[in-house]
Design a protein around this ligand. Structure first.
Ligand code: 5GP
Ligand code: ZN
Length: 112
């Protein structure tokens, strides 16, 4: 399958990985929307959060551990935002599950 995030997770593109655990990697977004903008993804190809199912036990725990470690690594002590866009109407453009970790500036709400 021709999936850009699978290739990044497989280290085929030379993208710097800033975090790795058994089932998760993280790397900087190519078009950052904040001073800190990291994408956290499962190594396994899942199209979006709705595809998490049997066999993926512990995946969200690993995402949570990644968030905690990356927030500390990038000194996001004042707070941050964790977002996953799902499907076209949700603004998802890359169909491999990913969580945006955004921080380093004031983030307004609601988002666009
Ligand atoms: P989505 O719109 O699906 O929620 O987010 C996809 C994100 O992936 C976007 O913020 C976009 O900038 C980022 N992105 C797309 N292609 C690449 C790539 O090849 N490398 C990296 N590092 N980020 C990418
Ligand atoms: Zn993929």
């Amino acid at each position: 399958m021709d999936c850009i995030f699978c290739k990044i997770a497989n280290r085929e593109l030379g993208t710097e990985l800033v975090y790795e655990s058994d089932d998760v990697v993280a790397f900087p977004d190519i078009h950052p929307q904040a001073p800190v903008h990291i994408l956290i993804i499962p190594k396994k190809h899942l199209a979006n959060i709705g595809e998490i199912g049997p066999g993926d036990e512990g995946l969200l725990d690993q995402i949570g551990a990644a968030v905690k470690e990356l927030a500390a690594k990038y000194q996001l002590d004042d707070g941050y935002r964790l977002v996953t866009n799902c499907g076209p109407a949700g603004g998802q453009t890359v169909p491999h599950l990913h969580f945006h970790l955004l921080g380093g500036r004031e983030l307004s709400w609601p988002p666009g």
